[in-house]
Design a protein around this ligand. Structure first.
Ligand SMILES: *[C@@H]1O[C@H](CO)[C@@H](O)[C@H](O)[C@H]1NC(C)=O
Ligand SMILES: *[C@@H]1O[C@H](CO)[C@@H](O)[C@H](O)[C@H]1NC(C)=O
Length: 236
């Protein structure tokens, strides 16, 4: 990985002579970010970092799927495809790291999924943000080998806040719907007793642009994985 970073840097530097008007810093940033962490790069590009969460070290892959749609780190999905509660799978592989293994203690931890909309009613005017769409806990991590989908369907998901499907209002552009995998910061394998947010709007914190960050902190949870989709109303 490190070798590859150096190599791409070298290539970038070598190729600069033929492009007199290039921006060295931009190229260096891009070479560094894309070779080391495409995943974090995508979250930064979509401004999920730092608007929704601070930068973090991912320890698992978040798979989110509906019957007719899959979250692919920033793909656009029609609202009618995400009306049902999705199937969630946390897999112990990290994008970009091929042989990552979680230790057994981590595997027996209870993980939580949260879905938040930082773009309510719109990304330009997020006065209702964030909206809490979903919190469910009791998720365990599956190994990166294939898991039968039946096994995932019957997992013991406990909803803290019931799933409210994305419903972006007309003429409000694309909303980011951000799924976060949260783990207990103290590494406990005990059952978690999470607080239900007082409201969906602002996650009950009665202040604009507040949400999952504050809720996670007050419940002793940290972000360990993420995925997101864009969705917008047909009427624009
Ligand atoms: C998925 O698509 C099929 C074919 O268009 C449709 O019949 C079905 O109702 C869709 N399922 C959901 C959950 O929207
Ligand atoms: C670990 O954190 C959880 C969630 O905040 C808390 O309920 C629990 O008491 C903590 N356990 C220990 C051993 O600190």
């Amino acid at each position: 990985m490190y070798f590859f970073s150096c190599l791409s840097l070298l290539l970038v530097i070598c190729s600069c002579e033929s492009y007199p008007s290039f921006d060295l810093q931009e190229l260096l940033d891009k070479a560094f970010l894309t070779s080391d962490s495409d995943f974090i790069y995508e979250l930064k590009k979509a401004e999920i970092i730092p608007t929704v969460v601070d930068t973090f070290v991912p320890s698992l892959t978040v798979k989110i799927s509906w019957e007719n749609a899959t979250a692919k780190l920033g793909n656009t999905v029609k609202p009618n495809a995400v009306q049902e509660m999705p199937i969630v799978e946390f897999v112990d592989s990290v994008p970009g790291l091929s042989t990552h293994e979680l230790d057994p203690a981590t595997k027996s931890m209870q993980y939580t999924i949260a879905l938040t909309d930082p773009d309510a009613p719109s990304r330009d005017d997020p006065e209702w943000s964030e909206i809490c769409h979903w919190i469910a806990t009791g998720i365990t991590v599956s190994s990166s080998s294939v898991v039968a989908s039946e096994e995932i369907r019957t997992q013991d998901l406990k909803e803290v806040m019931p799933y409210k499907p994305p419903g972006p209002p007309p003429k409000t552009g694309k909303h980011r719907y951000v799924f976060l995998a949260l783990a207990p910061a103290n590494g406990t394998t005990e059952t978690l007793h999470l607080s239900k947010p007082g409201d969906r709007q602002h996650w009950g914190y009665s202040k604009e642009r507040q949400g999952v960050r504050m809720w996670a902190e007050s419940n002793g949870l940290v972000v360990v994985g993420a995925n997101f989709i864009y969705s917008q109303n047909d009427q624009q």
